[in-house]
Design a protein around this ligand. Structure first.
Ligand SMILES: C[S@@+](CC[C@H](N)C(=O)[O-])C[C@H]1O[C@@H](n2cnc3c(N)ncnc32)[C@H](O)[C@@H]1O
Length: 486
């Protein structure tokens, strides 16, 4: 790009035109149109120039040009038919860093004037960078043809609407979509321009109620750093966040500061917000056009009632997206050093609920008691005795290793390792509280070897609290530390 197109505010700025003929008269009209204060220098002037000068406050200097005439001007135009004079004007102006245009002489000009379509305040300028001014004028004619007549009044309306639009819409996106809609409507039907600003804004808002959305987001098991980048972005933009009891304060602190926070989990006095109420709230907020986050511990589709909530949203035609989270089994096992699968011990994993919808025990204990798999019981604490009895009764070895993981991935994590037949006693003895997971399977014992999480507490089957070395790994009496000092 050889030239930068800019529009210059000329109102009350001093402009010098050197010349007094036909070309000078044309340039004079342009400058007057832009409200510039014009001085002309020329030994003689045509009648046209004299006439214009009389009507407007134009200073006419009846002299041959000399470089001193340039002093103090903002912009200079050389419009004589004498190239020597034009050159003198150009040199004098450039020496003082004054913008100069020499008509039809690119070489001597520091700026050039484009072909202009003037529908003030709308200006369309077409420049061929001085290479083909005729072509630029032809293009201008073609564009003029395409432009709707009401363009000038449209701009006037937009100018009047501007402060109201600014007040009405908070986001740039909303402001832009209103302006796009208004321009498009006015071009199609100029009657739109006759409506006053308030009624047009009201009309637009009725037609364009923002569409609400619900994001079903998994907040992970506790450690806020286990939030995914996507969930973080969404909670930082949400208007409303409905969250469960398992969502930690550290995570809630990351929610947009002016968002509405609604606790829909278990409350201090054991009051529940009923699932139906939560579903309805999601719909109500979304129908107000808000961006709503349903924030759940772990993953929303794993024992999180996420499916039920989405079915309700579907029935009410509410748009939604699902953002998965790290489920408690994955998070707690990782932070306790328990690999849920291991080629020597477990070829499959089962996530099992200890809290079924109906109270009757409908789990398939025969299949759950099979060896070679890891079972992770969610919400199983209250039914630990039944889990123990059922598994042993259906054939799982009573000495199968088990782990109880309380408040996993948080700085209050406790992991108790023992064996299946002592599970109820471990719960009682260590006063294990919710939220906790029960892991059943040979892999549970690997925590004694692989535990790494410095903030967590590991209690091994011999009732000993295992200390951690500098690397977070547990130190065992008869084994070398996991990470060698090098
Ligand atoms: C209603 S379920 C929700 C599970 C969640 N949607 C998930 O994917 O992790 C709640 C149960 O998850 C388990 N849980 C959730 N977070 C836990 C944590 N940080 N430590 C131990 N167990 C946890 C507990 O068994 C708790 O009773």
């Amino acid at each position: 790009m050889d030239y930068l197109p800019i529009t210059v505010q000329m109102k009350s700025r001093h402009c010098l035109i050197v010349g007094g003929g036909e070309v000078a008269a044309r340039k004079l009209k342009h400058m007057l149109h832009a409200d510039a204060k014009v001085t002309l220098v020329s030994p003689e002037y045509t009648d046209e120039v004299l006439e214009i000068a009389e009507k407007h406050e134009i200073r006419l200097v009846h002299e041959v040009f000399s470089p001193e005439h340039i002093n103090g001007f903002y912009l200079v135009i050389a419009a004589t038919d004498d190239r020597m004079v034009n050159r003198q004007v150009s040199i004098a102006a450039q020496q003082q860093n004054i913008w100069v245009n020499v008509v039809d002489d690119l070489e001597l000009s520091t700026f050039i004037m484009p072909a202009v379509i003037d529908r003030s305040p709308l200006l369309i300028a077409i420049s061929s960078s001085g290479v083909a001014p005729v072509l630029a004028r032809k293009i201008r004619e073609k564009i003029e043809w395409l432009l709707p007549d009401a363009l000038g009044s449209l701009l006037e309306r937009l100018k009047l609407l501007r402060p109201k639009v600014k007040k009405k819409f908070s986001s740039l996106k909303e402001k832009r979509s209103f302006s796009e809609w208004y321009i498009e409507s006015a071009i199609q039907d100029s009657k739109v321009l006759e409506k006053n600003e308030d009624s047009i804004l009201e009309f637009y808002q009725q037609q364009h109620k923002p569409e609400g959305i619900v994001y079903l987001v998994g907040a992970g098991p506790g450690d806020p750093e286990l939030l995914t980048i996507k969930s973080l972005k969404i909670i930082q933009k949400a208007d409303v966040v409905l969250y469960d009891a398992l969502v930690s304060q550290e995570i809630l602190q990351r929610v947009r500061k002016d968002a509405t926070l609604v606790h829909v989990g278990k409350r201090a006095k054991c009051h529940y917000v009923h699932q139906d109420q939560t579903n309805q709230m999601l719909v109500d907020y979304a129908q107000q056009g808000l961006s709503v986050v349903r924030l759940k511990g772990g993953d929303p589709f794993i024992f999180g009632r996420g499916g039920e909530e989405l079915q309700f949203l579907t029935q009410h035609n509410i748009r939604y997206e699902v953002v998965p989270g790290i489920t408690a089994a994955a998070g707690c096992a990782a932070y306790s050093g328990i690999p849920l699968t291991h080629r020597d011990h477990a070829q499959s994993i089962r996530f099992v609920t200890g809290h079924e919808k109906s109270s009757k025990n409908s789990l398939d204990w025969n299949s759950l008691a099979q060896a070679g798999q890891t079972l992770v019981f969610y919400m199983g604490l209250m039914r630990n005795q039944q889990i123990t009895d059922s598994l042993i009764k259906h054939g799982r070895n009573p000495s199968t290793p088990v782990a109880l993981i309380e408040k996993g991935t948080t700085k209050n994590q406790r992991t108790v390792i023992g064996q299946l037949n002592e599970l109820p006693q471990l719960v009682e003895k260590y006063e294990i509280k919710s939220p906790s997971l029960i892991v059943v399977g040979e892999v549970a014992e690997l925590a004694n070897e692989l535990d790494w999480f410095k903030d967590g507490e590991l209690i091994s089957s011999n009732n000993k609290i295992v200390a951690k070395n500098d690397f977070g790994a547990t130190e065992r009496d008869n084994r070398l530390p996991l990470v060698a000092n090098v």
